[in-house]
Design a protein around this ligand. Sequence first.
Ligand SMILES: NC(=O)c1ccc[n+]([C@@H]2O[C@H](COP(=O)([O-])OP(=O)(O)OC[C@H]3O[C@@H](n4cnc5c(N)ncnc54)[C@H](O)[C@@H]3O)[C@@H](O)[C@H]2O)c1
Ligand SMILES: O=P(O)(O)OC[C@@H](O)[C@@H](O)[C@H](O)[C@H](O)CO
Length: 382
Amino acid sequence: MLAVHFGAGNIGRGFIGSLLSQSGFEVVFVDVNDELVQHLQERQQYRVVIAGEAREEQIIRGVSALHSQKQYEEVVSRIAQADLVTTAVGPNVLPHIAKVIADGLRKRLSTTEKRVHVIACENMIGGSSFLKKHVMDYLSEEEQAALTPFCGFPNSAVDRIVPNQKNDDPLMVVVEPFFEWVIETKEMIGDIPAIVGAHFVAELQPYIERKLFTVNTGHALAAYLGYAKNYATINEAMEDDLVRADVTKALYESGRVLIEKYGWSAEEHGAYIRKIVQRFTNPAMTDEVTRVARSPIRKLGANDRLVSPASQYYNLFGEIPHRLVKGIAALLLFDYQEDAEAVELQKTIRERGIEGALLQYAQLQADHPLTIAIKEQVDMLK
Ligand SMILES: NC(=O)c1ccc[n+]([C@@H]2O[C@H](COP(=O)([O-])OP(=O)(O)OC[C@H]3O[C@@H](n4cnc5c(N)ncnc54)[C@H](O)[C@@H]3O)[C@@H](O)[C@H]2O)c1
Ligand SMILES: O=P(O)(O)OC[C@@H](O)[C@@H](O)[C@H](O)[C@H](O)CO
């Protein structure tokens, strides 16, 4: 079984690649980072360290790598042979890998009738559907129709905290013990892929919203409030009682929406929240607030981790979710100069004000009660 995985970064090596390799797939990573590609080509294996009490180590074997631009034709050939194509490149990069995937799928039409699944493993709702749309833009109507019985794009939700790595070994990756990969069966063609440890569900929406609006919502609050208080890591931010209380209260706000919408039991969801807060305080890992806060424009999106649960809360209950609002306000103050989106966001705020930025990136109108509450919070946090 062959898997072609785009993105040999933190989650690519630390989660998706390692799980696929352990499930018996030969894994070909595709990346644009020359150093990573070269090391993977030379060594064909790497180390994953599980940051728990025991610091267990796993050697991930049977892997190789290709450069997505310099070895374009080889990538196309490997996609033409693959049983599975996965991605962990970041939502903004998906449109940029669509062409090579389309070329690989086109090549399959004349070479094989084997089925293939393309699964985006990104923190976004409908990641594989989004990728599919971009891939299809490169294919003719005839090619799209011919591929339909042989190629599926199931959506998925991935959860494992993998911080930025600072190890002497450039391939080694330190990960948290917890992991969850939920894959929707609805868009699957033929057999369910044999991925050990993955959880297959008929409907992904409850799972992706639970993950994005709990793990990533809480993480975002810890990061943006932590940054505002000059903390460097998520652990440091969570040691601050006020930040921890805001994170936890925000999770009960988004939790109220999730319980109302999907009928999760309040008890079960409370346990899910407690587990997540515990994961944010794992003493065996160092996760920088600037990694978790990265790409604030993406995170301010109407369907993303802060604005979506806040809007849903307001629409369902007619009340302001004050802690989610505080998280959005803290995001708007994230002015980290090394983050291109933070720089752009601050420029927009200078030119168009908080209301202008909320309208442009979060589709929140100036007279919306959430906009008014966010603006008040920004003034309080400043
Ligand atoms: N790190 C985590 O804790 C975590 C957990 C769950 C989900 N995710 C999601 O996984 C995705 C990747 O996150 P990450 O933390 O691994 O980021 P990362 O920056 O460590 O890895 C991304 C990799 O993609 C590569 N890349 C960029 N452009 C490319 C291209 N055109 N072709 C091929 N490769 C390309 C980069 O070189 C990099 O190696 C994001 O969507 C993120 O939200 C991350
Ligand atoms: O990857 P992002 O930028 O969408 O979000 C940053 C973190 O919250 C994220 O990477 C988490 O560590 C991860 O989603 C945990 O499963």
